[in-house]
Design a protein. Sequence first.
Length: 555
Amino acid sequence: MPSVSKILLMSSFPPTECGIATYTTDMANAIYKGFSQTFTCIQCDLKRGDKTGSASEYILNPDVREEYTKIARKVNLERTIKLVHIQHEFGLFGGSYGNYLFDFLKVINIPVIFTFHTVLSNPNEELRAAVKELASYAASIIVMTRSSIKILEEEYQIDSQKIEYIPHGTHLVRWADTNKLKEKNGFKGRLLLSTFGLLGSGKSIETALKALPEIIRHRPEVLYLVIGKSHPNNIKDDGDEYRNYLLGLVDELKISRNVIFINRYLKLSKLLELLWATDIYLFTSKDPNQAVSGTFTYAMSCACPIIATSIPHTREILTRDAGYIINIGDYEKLAKNCIELLSNQKLRKFMSFHAFQKANAYSWENTAVKHSFLYHKILKSSLPIKFDYPEIKLDHFKTLTTNRGIIQFSKINIPDLNSGYTLDDNARALIAICMHYQLFKSEEDLIYIGIYLDFIERCQMPQGTFVNYIDKNDKVHSKNDEVNLEDSNSRAVWALGVVVSLKDILPDKIGEKALTCFLKCSEWIKGAHSPRSIGYIIKGLYNYQITVPKNYARI
């Protein structure tokens, strides 16, 4: 088996504008970024009609039955393709319940896995039979909610060993100032509600619109952004029936000053920016069987408090610390919850933080790990998975650092100067920046080495021990009297030893300062009792002893 295995992704792809196309592209990009030495994803583009505009080597018109067998035979001849991963939605494939796909599955001779984007409860016999037949060809079935596992097991009698839970991925977004983003986008002073995605009747935007008059009565500065083009399937003969219905409803309710329709497919960066500027995200789907929603997940990653209708995905993910769940179509409850949140900034901030924190677990980077491990298991490869380690970035590290040292805490990515400084953190920072300097010889690193070393020197007492807490005003904090300082003191010994060990590549002034501080510790280190503290001291002593001349003072 070659070291890099090709995975054929059967799905729609851009320029097709749909959620599955976006999902598959984001997933493939994440796998490439993390595992390009092990897997490479190639496309089998499900494209109806004109095939121009697709960059895919394999293109399948899902409405033409004979193409399924033809594509399967072509893939069988390509021996470097080791696995087929099908993004499955019944509407993507031709035939009753997409049964044209079975022609492909009967011919393909390599393992196939599915991601089920829809898992319907209470199936009729034809649907149950179709899903069970799909499962019979599958090496594995990926679902994005745990409730989908239960449905497949209990209502379709699919073996749980064949089902894999990998949640819908989302983008990691930096914490930002909501007010600055509002001002940038022309919404200064407004309280923003938003919904995004391809517009169709299933989104039930009318639920939110009907709630707006009551919300506006309490908070007239509210503005509702409906972001996204109409779904192509909803536009017939140059008509856009659903959007026209919504526009008529806006006029009927006399809320035109409080609603903006953004009728275009936004670039990801712009979409995430608008979501981050949002005060409350409204998810109003009226499909009780909708297994998963990418729009809901993206809103969480942008720290939006959410009011959502009850579907399996929202019931599973949206806990009370991140938002509210309402019944489908209940615009009165939506209005009540909106008014409560818009009138309570502290509660919105609380929910915003928890939504953001929760969504980080669903990053595309994390889902790429799960997909790659599943591919590796199915292929039964004897070769290890190779990780592509990300570029080392010290942005946050440096953001937390002042001229005095590295600040103890941050609120997400915003330094909390009131938390002050600790010996512990500055010792860790010194070790890390020394390792970075050793690898990259960056002149800027010397500035930070100097800052962290100066802080350790600031904390050292005449007897050689250290205080741990220094407040934002450079005063020794009373907390130093409340804690056992042995661990922090011994970690400082380790950090000083690291600096001493690099004296040949560091400026003399830095090396001499570290050595002076290190030698002042000699009187107390013999009395350390904690195994962890002793371990840190041993690391410091080792770095010292292998570096200093043999005729120099030994500790």
